[in-house]
Design a protein around this ligand. Structure first.
Ligand code: F6R
Length: 612
């Protein structure tokens, strides 16, 4: 939440910063701002998207070669011009951008008010920059030391960058809990919330660790110190990021592009791991831990949102195939409910961004109790990826649309590979069945491609239901998490109320909602509880609900009962989530487009939830 970017070098800073903000806009988009040193410290900020800021600064002729910029997702204070970042210090010599929350801002603010400070914004960030300046003046220390002392008084999460009129060749950054990456170019430096604003300029990056401060000086080596005042040697890594993955490449929206990328992203998550000829699955990232995982008495999966839905599919897979007991926990509940965690527990944390604050806190809690932590992340170098003992990257490529699509199918693919591998190791699966399943898994990318060809039909369906106010999504077994995911996708991008439910639970309450106005999406594919789902469809029909059924190609029974059917290719029951999710993603997408919603940047949301 909130995207921050900074630049120092020989080039004009403003275009680099604005482009960087566009790349980071998925992290927040309620207001944006920029501060550039150009003679004095020039600060421009506006409510609204980065494009508003871009228009606003177009004629400002800001030629400076050092600056900072921010795109905001409001926490403290409503989105308006005043609360937008950067924020000035009292003397206006310093400006700061911040991602995170200063939890003890109220007590710090009270102290500063007693010392004569006044505040123009409602933000916690303004408190921090006043505190830094106060320390700098009262203790007569350098800016870098003032930042260090101030941060040692701060409780909460932050990634910050500070610029100073008195030090025109210096940027100072720091992080705790929120990410910060530094790009080392040829005579210039970049600093940002993630590597996307940096990738086109340099491949050499340093990921700052928690409680580290970076001092970036023009034409000098990077300097890193900890808040406890220890020097650290910067660890330079090579960035692997394909620039075309950051563009829409002809699609109207990133979300649609990412939906269409799924045949490739699923393949990429299996590449080098699944070898059907040899009958082997190799997950290099967890090889040192796989014996422990396979023999675990219990696996706890922690995640949020869509990643939690993937975790639920994981529970069914691990229990079904490898006979390992699994609990799936919302990270936000787990971290605060005093859970029982044993040293021999395996905790799998699933996260696309690798930055979700609740998931990170759940990891820290489990780690403190001695559990082994395994990550399933998409973003390499992310905080969660680095906080785990081992893990498997999903390799789905950057996901920019705020609604998660290809990350979900990649997560489910990794969980399927893990479950099959542990089943093979433990001997809980017959050899012939193992071969059947891995052959079918290998065929999934082609079947996803085939599933995508129903887009025209889905568009028609979306037209019919554009202005519906409520939706129900039902599924059983492996299709229950799919129902949850379908409902979440619809809510978040089209703002239509939708609920996902286990189909059999319908009669314990939600059935009261059904009338001829209520569309009910039922995932009714072959195998598993197919017959039982048909009975549920009958119950809906008897109450005149409108049935949209996702069925297996060639199905006749459901076709006769449902008002609308969407066919997907036949596959193994446990692999159906990889296919059945696709039409639901497309349905939400087209309904949202027809309702004129901002598909890639839905209201109130941000892609990377770095606050709890
Ligand atoms: C839904 C969505 C969110 C995320 C959730 C977790 O489309 O994107 O529900 O799934 O915020 O994010 P990650 O996976 O980055 O931890």
């Amino acid at each position: 939440m909130c995207g921050i970017v900074g630049y120092i070098g020989s080039k004009q800073a403003l275009p680099i910063l604005i482009k960087g903000l566009h790349r980071l806009e998925y992290r927040g988009y309620d207001s944006a701002g920029v501060a550039i040193l150009d003679g004095g410290l020039k600060l421009y900020k506006t409510k609204g998207k980065v494009s508003h800021l871009e228009n606003f600064v177009k004629d400002k002729n800001t030629k400076g070669t050092i600056g900072i910029a921010h795109t905001r997702w409001a926490t403290h204070g409503e989105p308006n011009n005043i609360n937008a970042h950067p924020h000035f210090s009292r003397s206006k010599n310093l400006a700061i951008i911040h991602n995170g929350i200063i939890e003890n801002y109220a007590s710090l603010k009270e102290e500063l008010i007693k010392r004569g400070y006044t505040f123009t914004s409602d933000t916690d960030t303004e408190v921090l920059i006043h505190l830094i300046e106060d320390i700098k003046i009262s203790e007569k220390v350098e800016l870098e030391e003032a930042v260090r002392i101030a941060l040692s008084q701060v409780v909460g999460a932050y990634a910050i960058v500070i610029i100073s009129e008195d030090e025109p060749d210096t940027l100072i950054g720091a992080r705790k809990g929120s990410p910060l990456v530094i790009g080392i170019g040829n005579g210039d430096f970049y600093i940002a919330s993630d590597a996307t604003p940096i990738a086109e300029y340099t491949k050499d990056v340093v990921y700052l660790n928690d409680k580290e401060i970076v001092i970036i000086k023009r034409d000098k080596e990077l300097k890193i110190r900890t808040i406890e005042n220890k020097d650290k040697t910067p660890y330079i890594q090579k960035l692997e990021l394909n620039l075309s993955a950051l563009e829409k490449e002809g699609f109207d929206h990133f979300m649609l592009k990412e939906i269409y990328e799924q045949p490739h992203s699923i393949l990429d998550s299996m590449r080098g791991r699944l070898n059907v000829k040899e009958g082997s699955i190799r997950l290099g990232g967890i090889s040192d831990y796989e014996q422990k995982m396979a023999n675990a008495k219990r696996i706890i999966i922690v995640a949020c949102g869509t990643s939690w839905h993937a975790g639920l599919v994981g529970e069914y897979l691990f229990e079904d195939l490898a006979r390992i007991p699994v609990e799936v926990e919302y990270a936000s509940e787990f971290r605060y409910r005093n859970p029982i965690i044993n040293e021999d527990d395996i905790v799998i944390a699933i996260s696309q961004s690798g930055e979700t604050a609740d998931t990170l806190a759940a990891i820290e809690l489990a780690k403190s109790k001695g559990a082994t932590i395994i990550g399933i992340c998409n973003v390499v170098g992310s905080s969660i990826a680095r906080a785990t003992h081992a893990g498997s990257f999903t390799h789905a490529g950057p996901e920019i649309g705020v609604a998660s699509t290809k990350a979900f199918t990649a997560q489910v693919t990794i969980l399927t590979l893990m479950a099959l591998r542990f089943a093979q190791m433990k001997g809980t699966i017959e050899k012939s069945r193992f071969y059947q399943l891995i052959n079918e898994l290998e065929a999934i990318p082609e079947k996803v491609k085939e599933t995508l060809s129903i887009e025209v039909q889905i568009k028609e369906l979306a037209r019919m239901f554009t202005y519906t106010r409520n939706f129900l999504y039902l599924g059983r077994g492996y299709n229950f998490p799919v129902a949850l995911e379908g409902a979440l996708k619809l809510k978040e991008i089209s703002y239509i109320h939708a609920e996902g439910y286990p189909a059999a639970e319908m009669k314990h309450g939600p059935i009261a909602l059904i009338d001829r106005e209520m569309p009910i999406v039922v995932i009714a594919t072959y195998r598993g509880a197919y017959e039982k789902v048909i009975s549920n469809i009958q119950e809906i029909k008897a109450r005149k609900g409108k049935i949209i059924a996702i069925v297996t190609k060639g199905d006749k029974t459901v076709k006769e009962l449902a008002d609308y059917v969407i066919e997907i290719p036949e596959t193994e029951e446990m692999l159906v989530p990889l296919l059945a999710t696709i039409p639901l993603q497309l349905l939400s997408y087209h309904i949202a487009v027809m309702r004129d919603c901002n598909v890639d940047q839905p209201r109130n949301l941000a892609k990377s939830v770095t606050v709890e």
